[in-house]
Design a protein around this ligand. Structure first.
Ligand code: FAD
Length: 526
């Protein structure tokens, strides 16, 4: 409901909007490793576990997007035992999603970006190329991880991105190889086809609000000469259309809902919450166990097959370094015994920025009215009762992909449209009827790093994304891309409502230079 309550911000990160999809494929690849069997008997595990409660086949660190999938897939083999450890709490209270509505009500998504309850609440270093702004990086710290906090946009990468990975050496990551796994993971509410799955655990649906501003956005894009695409995850990503969302029957469909909960009753899975893994334990250079803290007590457990680190883009390298795997010089400075000198740990940190272009709306069509207290209560009650209404969507229902300039092989700019205004991740409430278009580059070239600040696993690492470090200021090559009309050098969004709904035009005409200015002028975090 916080889109309704507060609206969100002006600039957010995550390198690939398909970030959630990649871990899912990884887990599905496991099917190649062992054939899927029905649970034979629960006795075997009970006997094994009573022999040694501290040893498992697999230990999975982090019950996020990847961790929940892995826990499910690995426990399909009844001979494997799995311990899943999560630093944050469960995502339900007394098994009720309603009691944890801030996570499960899609429209409530910005609530959890405003505090540290289910969120690591990271910040970057001051960004040299952004007038020293410190950027806020929310990350999930709860069952489901960032899939319990994210914006629920379901976008696969472009086929050419996977093909490039494969050419660069990631064998079997080409699109043709990945597609069956995308489909296997998914149940699309519009049914299965060449690209969509019809029987997977990850439910995906389209928006139901029918807000006229979404139609206006799509009309504007077509007036500007861009095609309508009916499935951005299908044959044609390029163009504008209705986006897919990881929402099922009005509820956020995180990987905790899709993968973890259905596996919780398996006797070979033991899932923990509020458990901070401090260190990976090695025998030589082989990971054999982990050390964690729970309820103030320290505990050690072991894996006889694998220790799987799925703690996310920040915590996984942090944990490796805390365990002695990383750049030996850096580790020695902090007095960490070196297990393995691997200079790449913490390097190659990549993220992309989004610019939000916000526009006052001349008619009361935005979500602003839904932010009035009485309306919020109504929306909240409807969702609690039936999981329907304005609370049942993330409202990012339309979007698009374009190519920034001639010669670019496939789309490199992504748009989302929101019929509301979001300021600073929702940490500042919106005060007017307004809507916004998110514009983000898909293949940013800036590369950064992260390093440990201390040996305390609770202390946030130093996060240096090096935003906008490639290219120089004012280099038109960097900013020319954004154009929704044929007027070169301008971003023009023209919204025209159909006659039935009354007619109004709102224009955002932003010089490309201004997009950058707007980025630089965003307020620093409080
Ligand atoms: C605000 C926001 C909006 C986003 N919107 C979208 C979107 O709309 N669409 C999309 O596709 N992607 C989106 N993303 C990105 C997407 O959610 C992530 O790419 C994806 O969830 C990452 O999965 P992961 O498994 O790598 O990490 P995570 O899902 O973050 O999981 C890591 C887990 O490990 C746990 N953990 C970390 N350290 C430890 C430790 N030491 N001990 C125990 N547990 C630990 C964490 O608490 C967490 O639960 C968004 C992300 C954010 C933050």
């Amino acid at each position: 409901m916080s889109y309704l309550l507060k609206g969100v911000q002006a600039c957010w990160f995550f390198k690939q909007m398909h970030g959630i999809v990649r871990p899912l494929i990884k887990a599905h690849l496991l099917e190649k490793v062992f054939s899927v069997q029905k649970l034979k008997t629960t006795q075997q595990f009970s006997q094994d576990s009573s022999r040694n409660m501290d040893c498992f086949s697999y230990i999975i660190v982090g019950a996020g997007s990847a961790g929940c999938v892995l826990a499910n897939r690995l426990t399909e083999d009844p001979d494997s035992t799995v311990k899943l450890l999560e630093a944050g709490p469960k995502d339900t209270l007394f098994n009720s999603k309603r009691l944890m509505w801030k996570i499960h009500m899609p429209a409530a998504l910005t609530y959890n970006l405003c505090d540290e309850k289910y969120n690591w609440y990271y910040h970057t270093t001051p960004q040299k190329h952004m007038d020293n702004r410190i950027m806020y990086w929310p990350r999930g710290r709860v069952w489901g991880g960032s899939s319990s906090l994210n914006a629920m946009v379901y976008i696969r990468g472009h086929a050419e991105d996977y093909n490039r990975w494969s050419k660069e050496g990631a064998v079997e990551w080409d699109y043709e190889f990945c597609l069956p796994y995308f489909k296997k993971a998914q149940t699309h509410e519009l049914g299965a086809d060449l690209y969509r799955g019809g029987n997977g655990p990850l439910h995906v649906s389209r928006g139901k609000t029918n807000n006229p501003l979404h139609h206006a956005f799509l009309d504007a894009a077509q007036q500007a000469g861009y095609p309508f695409t009916d499935d951005m995850n299908g044959f044609q990503q390029e163009g504008f259309g209705w986006m897919d969302m990881t929402i099922h029957q009005g509820q956020r469909w995180s990987t905790a809902s899709a993968y973890l909960r259905p596996a919780l009753s398996r006797p070979n899975l033991s899932a923990e919450e509020d458990t901070l893994v401090k260190k990976i334990l090695f025998k030589g250079t082989k990971a054999v166990g982990i050390e964690y803290v729970k309820d103030g007590g320290k505990k050690t457990i072991f894996a006889n097959k694998e220790v799987i680190l799925s703690a996310g883009a920040i915590n996984s390298p942090q944990l490796l370094m805390l365990s002695g795997v990383g750049n030996a010089d850096d580790l020695k400075k902090l007095g960490i015994p070196v297990v393995c000198h691997l200079a790449g740990v913490g390097q190659n940190l990549q993220d992309h920025l989004e610019v939000y272009i916000q526009q006052k709306c001349t008619q009361p069509l935005t979500l602003y009215k839904s932010q009035k207290p009485l309306n919020m209560i109504k929306i909240g009650l409807e969702w609690l009762w039936k999981f329907t209404g304005d609370g049942a969507t993330a409202h990012l229902e339309t979007g698009g992909f374009i190519r920034s300039r001639a010669g670019v092989s496939h789309p490199d700019i992504q748009f989302h449209f929101l019929p509301s205004q979001v300021i600073d991740h929702g940490r500042t409430a919106s005060q007017l009827e307004a809507y916004q278009v998110h514009i983000g580059p898909m293949r940013s070239t800036s590369v950064g790093w992260l390093k440990l600040k201390s040996t305390d696993p609770r202390e946030h690492p130093i996060i240096e994304p090096n935003y906008l470090s490639t290219g120089s200021r004012g280099d038109p090559g960097n900013y020319r891309p954004v154009s929704l009309t044929s007027i070169p050098g301008y971003l023009t969004l023209k919204f025209q409502l159909s006659k039935k709904q009354g007619s109004t035009y709102s224009h955002v005409v932003t010089r490309l230079g201004d997009v950058r200015t707007c980025l630089l002028q965003l307020p620093p975090p409080p």
